[in-house]
Design a protein around this ligand. Structure first.
Ligand code: SF4
Length: 275
């Protein structure tokens, strides 16, 4: 059985940066708070909790320095955190910040702002704040066809698929008189998706590693499922069933932006041991 790891699998620049910022903050403060998990990977979150990074769901639970994760926060939330009076450690990914700036710019220029993405994703919720919560979030061509406005400005959740974004923009461009689009899909996502698709096209089975709650991992899984004969989304090797590999000659592995390389290699070695 040939096992191959896709290029650009695993931690992206923004996640790596957030982890490094968290490491430095933990050295300095011993206990810090994160509003929501630092990254969408339960294993990494657990490890960091043991080291003193407490994940909270409500602002009232924050009792010390607070880390803003790579997804960023809305300006309204930032002000509330500031009011608490604790140090703010901002690990928002610079590419997410760029999308936030564009959302604000479109709003200030009077466009009806559309965010292409998942309405429940923290990054998208934060983007909405930059438009004073007037932006409409869409996630399909059907929803794009329901937009009624003459001046529309679009930004995109950084981890969305390029193809789907293109199709939605195609729909909007047929109906909207003035359309301004900022392609805010980040390079890391595009490169990871391309490499996964390429590997899936020459694999019998794809293993996609990453948190089940990670949007970018779920998207990678979608791409792999459409391209390879079989694909599975797992968080750890414990979910792997040896049956999956019966008659399989080529296995491809890819991983979402929140997956550490040690986990990818551990899973690679586990699959190798099965063959
Ligand atoms: S996927 Fe891109 S935008 Fe998101 S954190 Fe990583 S580098 Fe930043």
């Amino acid at each position: 059985m040939v096992i191959e790891i896709a290029e650009n699998a695993g931690f992206c620049y923004g996640v790596m940066r957030a982890i490094e910022i968290a490491d430095r903050a933990l050295e300095k403060h011993k206990k810090i708070y994160s509003f929501g998990p630092i990254i969408h990977n339960p294993q990494v979150v657990e490890e960091y909790e043991k080291r003193g990074l407490k994940v909270v769901e409500s602002i009232d639970e924050i009792k010390g320095p607070v880390l803003i994760r790579s997804h960023g926060v809305s300006p309204q939330m930032y002000s509330k955190l500031k009011e608490k009076g604790y140090e703010i450690i901002d690990a928002t990914c610079p590419f997410v910040k760029e999308a936030q700036r564009y959302a604000k710019q479109l709003y200030d220029e009077g466009y009806k702002v559309i965010i292409f993405g998942d309405k429940d994703h923290p990054e998208v919720k934060a983007h909405k704040g930059f438009t004073d919560y007037t932006a409409v979030v869409i996630n399909s061509e059907e929803e794009a066809n329901n937009i009624k406005a003459t001046r529309v400005g679009v930004v995109c959740q950084t981890t969305q698929s390029v193809e789907r974004f293109g199709r939605v923009i195609g729909c909007l461009s047929k109906r909207i008189r003035e359309l301004k689009v900022f392609n805010t899909i980040c390079d890391a996502t595009e490169k990871r998706q391309k490499a996964a698709k390429e590997l899936a096209s020459r694999s019998d089975l794809m293993i996609v590693i990453g948190g089940k709650n990670s949007a970018n991992t779920r998207k990678l899984y979608e791409i792999c499922r459409e391209t390879a004969k079989k694909a599975y989304h797992i968080e750890t090797e414990k979910e792997i069933k040896p049956d999956w590999f019966k008659g399989v000659k080529r296995v491809g592995i890819t991983a979402g932006a929140s997956t550490p390389s040690y986990l990818i290699h551990r899973i690679y070695n586990y699959i190798k041991s099965l063959s």
